[in-house]
Design a protein around this ligand. Structure first.
Ligand code: DGL
Length: 267
């Protein structure tokens, strides 16, 4: 098989990385994808650095073992814990990570107040500390760890009273109308974006890094002559460390779009 014909491997601690996968598919529909979710071990963001590194390497090994031509860590937590290790281990293929989309948020206004929602690990790690430092002069950046939010998405609970109550409590200190932007620094959060918007108010601009990661993946593939040519549509194969059939249904629903449980998505 020609190198360009090989699939792109995408992984996350669970179903969250599908928010990146859907951007990849929108940008490069002719590619074939294998998406691996490690739902058996989600969430990663409240584990130790050593645990997340070991899990991330195992996820990547599983995909590289299937001959992928590129690896996308569609997980901010795995990226902050292990992107360097992944690049060293798989130096012969492009390895793309994701980080909170702080730059576009900071540049969207003059000295905005920006909340960065992410897992405790992402916000604790050096990578984010350095990113925050870069924009110290240009914005008021406030990290907001959100333990517990990933679980709503893993359970397919993308709207409803319990989620709203969780978010109201999380945002209770930020209800004075002074927050300008929110960065979704975890790939699970775009799936609850509408509820976040409704709790914080329409004046708040929300950013996430999915589309930027997809563009970077395309750029890296093009650079190496690895883009799949030909007009026909590629395929998406879902794999998960849990064999629960409901998870595969959820995965297909999330890929189809930002729909809520009550809305059939035609899949
Ligand atoms: N979706 C992940 C992220 O982008 C990980 C969430 C978790 O497992 O805690 O950070």
């Amino acid at each position: 098989m020609e190198d360009s014909e090989r699939p792109i491997g995408v992984f996350d601690s669970g179903v969250g990385g599908i928010s990146v996968l859907r951007e990849l598919v929108a940008l490069m529909p002719q590619e074939n994808y294998i998406y691996y979710g490690d739902s058996a071990h989600a969430p990663y963001g409240t584990k130790t650095l050593e645990e997340v590194r070991a899990l991330t390497l195992a996820d990547a090994d599983l995909l590289v073992g299937q001959g992928v031509k590129a690896l996308v860590a569609a997980c901010n937590t795995a990226t902050s814990a292990a992107i360097q290790l992944l690049r060293e281990r798989f130096s012969d293929i492009p390895v793309i990570g994701i980080e909170p989309a702080l730059k576009p948020a900071v540049l969207s206004r003059v000295h905005p107040r920006v909340l960065v929602m992410a897992t405790p690990m992402t916000l604790r790690e050096e990578k984010f500390r350095r990113l925050m430092e870069r924009f110290r002069e240009q914005a008021r950046v406030e990290p907001l760890p959100c333990p517990g939010l990933v679980e709503f998405v893993e359970h397919g609970e993308l709207s409803g009273e319990a989620l709203e109550a969780f978010l109201r409590e999380l945002f209770a200190p930020y209800q004075d109308g002074t927050v300008d932007c929110v960065v979704l620094g975890c790939t699970h959060y775009p799936f609850v974006r509408e509820t976040i918007q409704s709790v914080l108010g329409e004046h708040v601009k929300i950013f996430d890094g999915g589309a930027g990661t997809a563009r970077e993946t395309q750029r890296r593939l093009r650079e190496r002559g690895l883009l799949r040519s030909g007009g026909e549509k590629g395929t998406v194969t879902f794999q998960n460390s849990l064999s629960d059939p409901a998870l595969y249904g959820l995965a297909r629903r999330l890929l189809a779009g930002p729909c809520v449980p009550e809305t059939p998505c035609g899949m």
